[in-house]
Design a protein around this ligand. Structure first.
Ligand SMILES: [Zn+2]
Length: 99
């Protein structure tokens, strides 16, 4: 009776080992992302100071209390543009009524 593993057995264990390494690295990357998020959440990307939420034209944006930088979340710039257009249109309408 032969004790030498077959090629398919070697491939199976090699693939299993490769998958374990891959899962280990993915878990490490995920832990690193969560750590980075904890460290940087609501911190200014320029100076590291705390960000606070302020409301501009019905949109909540994050502003640095130290350097004044503003951070927009995904989609907030588009909301500001829409709000800005609404304000501009309201102003134009006011001027039209005065004539
Ligand atoms: Zn700042």
């Amino acid at each position: 009776m032969s004790t030498k593993p077959s090629n398919s057995e070697e491939e199976f264990f090699a693939l299993e080992e490769q998958e374990k390494k891959h899962q280990f690295h993915e878990k490490q990357k995920q832990e690193q992302r969560e750590l980075q998020k904890k460290l940087h959440f609501m911190k200014c990307p320029k100076c590291g100071y705390d960000l606070k939420s302020i409301r501009i034209s019905f949109v909540d944006v994050d502003e640095c209390g130290y350097c004044g930088a503003m951070v927009l979340d995904k989609g907030e710039l588009a909301k500001l543009k829409i709000a800005d257009n609404t304000i501009l249109k309201a102003l134009v309408d006011v001027f039209k009524k005065d004539r």
